[in-house]
Structures are given as structure tokens and as C-alpha cells.
Design a protein around this ligand. Structure first.
Ligand code: ATP
Length: 455
């Protein structure tokens, strides 16, 4: 794995994974842009999550709710009142910082001075104006989590799919938090993506489902290539436990800057649906909620056995896509010493995550038959729907291998004179991890590649 953030940042920029946002204007703190390979990696990680959470289960539906919502959503969700971090200002160096890691004696992160203010609550939501008029009522917020769109659509999803408990709703999308101190590359940013599942179950079955999702989510991260020794659970307690949560388990990963949260799995009880439902008093809610004077929908489900309407409990596995990508890159980063004394940098991504699946390189870029066969193979493989297949005509295979090792391309295929002269059109297939080369007849290449990736 990568030892320092710097080596990742530099590879990300050099090879086109991630760039500083607004770089040509001096940058923008807490915002990053995903380049040609970053977007592929991100899409692959999202697709893997969606496959595992929606397609491979029969009790989860998908959703894509709007980022901009009615401001009442954040009034009743509790975000307007409580979505804050404690902040202190330093009188000496004038910097501002989060204070939740500071103990009784407060010390400035930047200059070490103890001459700092008392902590005060800073709300992390970005406020924005909606419509051409600007007045006291025309504001709303950019969503600080995707979850609220799931809760507000609970009735729509139940009515349109006839779901009964237990079932879940999954969503992937952008979230925004005006973090006091964004840092550590894409670990803590102001604009990021989340992959969230809200899994609804009967009260009383919540603890069982909470345990289930904690272990299921850990296994999913292992399937993305993270190693078990770099993952730990943290059972959140005391003041760190969110006010709505009955229990939260954070899944931590050993990032280059330390062991930190990758995903949180929370038992949110009936807090969310209970907060957004109308007629709250009818349900005997277990969570303490704000009295809702605006909701027009009952966010409850009919319990046929007990013959009554009930607000389900909710288990939420909430993962950060950007943090996930950082974890996957950290783990995949490998520097290897080769027998000839040189070193190579390889990103050992799991095949399904690799930004480029196969690179096809003609050995002679000016030989029309070689070029034609290479292009034909590219088109054939592209149609398999595995992801990006790159036809690359630089004529320098050695350099090509090095570059593709560095971006994690699992397979490189070279087309040479043998391929056009010999029977069966043999092409050379080179494996990223073993660096071994084997010869495969061109006609068998699609089957070889499918077999490699669908396993
Ligand atoms: P932290 O304590 O690190 O601020 P959190 O506990 O506030 O995180 P949650 O509200 O549980 O985070 O959000 C769920 C997930 O969303 C986190 O586990 C993380 O992966 C991701 N996430 C949250 N805030 C950020 C951020 N500022 N930048 C990138 N990812 C984030």
C-alpha cells in the first residue's frame, strides 16, 4: 500500500486520476476534479456498490432524488439545528479549526498557541438562494447527505413497488458540507459523493439488521481489494453518537494519514421517518422528534399481523465514494523491485475496478495490417461491455507496459508481425501482476478476456 499521501497525490495528477479543483485560478480548498482515469475508477466503484446493494439483492430499490430540496426537509431532519461542528479561532495566527479533537486545554492546530476562543457551533450546510427574488424566505441548502431524499420519498417508493418490511432504498449522489478544515486530499472535502442505503425494518428486528449490515459492508470493502488488516470497527459511544442514533459502528480504514472513518453504519431507529411524517402522535414513536407542521404524508407501513400502521426503524450504511476511492488507491499502490534492479509502480486494482480493462498496442504503428487487426480487436472487446478498452498506437510497447502498470490496466495485448503472418493470428497477452506473457489466437481473445473479468 501507499505509505504517504504525497506519492498518491503525485501519481493521481501525473496519470490523470485527480486534479486540484479550479487549479488555474490558484485552486479551491476542499474541491477536487476527477480526470480521465479518475472518472472511470469512480464509476466502477459506484457500479460495484450498486450491483451488490441493488441487483444482487431482491429487497432493495434504487432512487435518485434532487440535490436541492424544500428547506422544510432540513428543518425537520434536524440539520438546521444540529448539523454543526465545534469551531475555535486562534487569536494569535487568526486561523480557524475544528475543535472536536481538542481536550480540556485547547491548542491551535496551526501555531500551537493556547490563546484560542471557546468552541462555538458552526453549521456545515451550504445555504443557497432559490429563484430570482432574494428575501428571508427564498433560501434552502445543498444537501449535506443523500439520505433525506430517501426518507421524503418513502411513501412514493412503497406505493409504486408494493414493498413490505424489511426492504431498503439505495442512492448514490453528491453531498456538500462546508467543512471548517478540509484536508488530506480527497478524504475530507466540501463536495463529495455518498453511497447510502436506508434499510427499513420492524422495530425489534433493528439490532439484527444492524449487525447484518456491519458485516456485509465490511465484506464488500474486502471485495474491493482492501485487506482485512487495514480495516477496523469503531463502536461509537457517548457524545460522539449522533442524537438520532441508537448504535453506530464506523468502518475505519488505515489511510496514509491514519486510521479513519470510511463508512458509518447507524441504527437510526424511527427518527427519520418519524420526523418527516404527518400525524406523528398516532404512531407512538420511540425517537424524540420535532413536531412536524408541514408534512402531507404518512411515512408508515401497515403491519398486517398487528393490524396497525407503524413507522419502521431504519439501518443506514453510509459510505463515502471519494474516501472509498482513496482507500482503494492506497491499497492498490505497490512499488516492486524487479530482478534487473529497477523498480516499477503498479496499481493492483481488482479487475472490476481498473479504469482501463485492456490496452491494445500494435507493435509497428506504420504497418497497416497490424494496425487494422489491433483496431478490430479493440472494437470486438469494447462491445463486450466490460468497460474501457484502449487502442493505443504509440509504437513503444515497453513504455506502454510501464504506463499501464502505473494506472492499473490488468491486461495489455500486443499485435505484431506474427499476428498477421502466422496461422491463427497469435497476439501476446501480458498480465499486469505477474508480468507473464502468453500467446492467444486473436479469435479466442474475447473469450479469454471475458473469462478474466467475469470471475
Ligand atoms: P467525519 O466524522 O469524518 O466528518 P461523519 O461521521 O460526519 O464523518 P457521516 O455523516 O457519517 O460522516 O457520512 C457518511 C460518510 O460520508 C463518511 O463515512 C464518509 O465516508 C463520507 N463523508 C462525510 N463527510 C465527508 C467529507 N467532508 N468528505 C468526504 N467524504 C465525506
Amino acid at each position: 500500500p501507499a505509505k504517504t499521501m504525497d506519492e498518491l497525490v503525485s501519481l493521481c495528477k501525473r496519470r490523470g486520476f485527480i486534479f486540484q479543483g479550479s487549479e488555474i485560478y490558484g485552486g479551491m480548498q476542499g474541491a477536487y476534479d476527477y480526470g480521465p482515469l479518475g472518472i472511470e475508477l469512480k464509476n466502477n466503484l459506484k457500479a460495484a456498490w450498486w450491483r451488490a446493494m441493488v441487483y444482487e439483492r431482491d429487497d432493495v430499490e434504487g432512487l435518485d432524488a434532487a440535490i436541492i430540496q424544500n428547506k422544510h426537509v432540513y428543518k425537520y431532519s434536524g440539520h438546521e439545528d444540529t448539523f454543526t461542528d465545534p469551531m475555535v479561532d486562534c487569536h494569535e495566527c487568526k486561523s480557524r479549526m475544528r475543535a472536536d479533537h481538542m481536550k480540556d486545554i485547547k491548542v491551535c492546530d496551526n501555531c500551537g498557541s493556547t490563546n484560542v476562543t471557546e468552541p462555538r457551533d458552526f453549521n456545515l450546510m451550504f445555504k443557497t438562494n432559490v429563484g430570482p427574488m432574494v428575501n428571508e424566505e427564498s433560501y434552502t441548502y445543498l444537501r449535506p447527505e443523500t439520505a433525506q431524499g430517501i426518507f421524503t420519498n418513502f411513501k412514493n417508493v412503497v406505493d409504486s413497488t408494493s414493498r413490505t418490511l424489511p426492504f431498503g432504498i439505495a442512492q448514490i449522489g453528491k453531498s456538500f458540507r462546508n467543512e471548517i478544515t478540509p484536508r488530506n486530499f480527497i478524504f475530507r472535502v466540501r463536495e463529495f459523493e455518498q453511497m447510502e442505503l436506508e434499510f427499513f425494518c420492524k422495530p425489534g428486528e433493528d439490532e439484527k439488521w444492524h449487525d447484518f449490515w456491519v458485516s456485509t459492508r465490511k465484506q464488500w470493502w474486502l471485495d474491493q481489494g482492501l485487506s482485512a488488516e487495514n480495516i477496523e470497527f469503531e463502536y461509537v459511544t457517548g457524545d460522539d453518537l449522533a442524537h438520532y442514533s441508537k448504535a453506530t459502528v464506523d468502518i475505519l480504514y488505515r489511510f496514509p494519514h491514519g486510521l479513519e472513518e470510511l463508512e458509518g453504519v447507524a441504527n437510526r431507529t424511527d427518527y427519520d421517518l418519524g420526523s418527516h411524517t404527518k400525524a406523528q402522535e398516532e404512531f407512538g414513536l420511540s425517537a424524540k422528534v420535532k413536531k412536524n407542521e408541514h408534512s402531507t404524508a404518512k411515512l408508515a407501513i401497515r403491519d398486517l399481523e398487528a393490524n396497525k400502521w407503524e413507522v419502521p426503524f431504519c439501518i443506514e450504511p453510509s459510505a463515502g465514494l471519494d474516501r472509498g476511492l482513496l482507500a482503494v488507491m492506497t491499497e492498490a499502490y505497490t512499488e516492486e523491485e524487479l530482478p534487473n534492479g529497477t523498480t516499477r509502480t503498479v496499481l493492483k486494482f481488482k479487475p472490476h475496478l481498473a479504469p482501463i480493462k485492456v490496452a491494445i498496442m500494435p507493435l509497428k504503428k506504420n504497418k497497416p495490417e497490424i494496425v487494422a487487426l489491433a483496431k478490430e480487436l479493440k472494437n470486438k472487446l469494447q462491445k463486450l461491455g466490460l468497460g474501457r478498452i484502449l487502442y493505443e498506437n504509440t509504437g513503444n510497447v515497453g513504455k506502454g507496459y510501464r504506463r499501464h502498470d502505473e494506472v492499473g490496466t490488468p491486461i495489455c495485448v500486443t499485435v505484431d508481425f506474427d499476428s498477421i503472418e502466422k496461422e491463427g493470428a497469435p497476439v501476446t497477452v501480458r498480465d499486469r501482476d505477474t508480468m507473464e506473457q502468453i500467446v492467444v489466437p486473436a479469435a479466442e481473445l474475447p473469450a479469454y478476456v471475458v473469462n478474466y473479468f467475469i470471475n
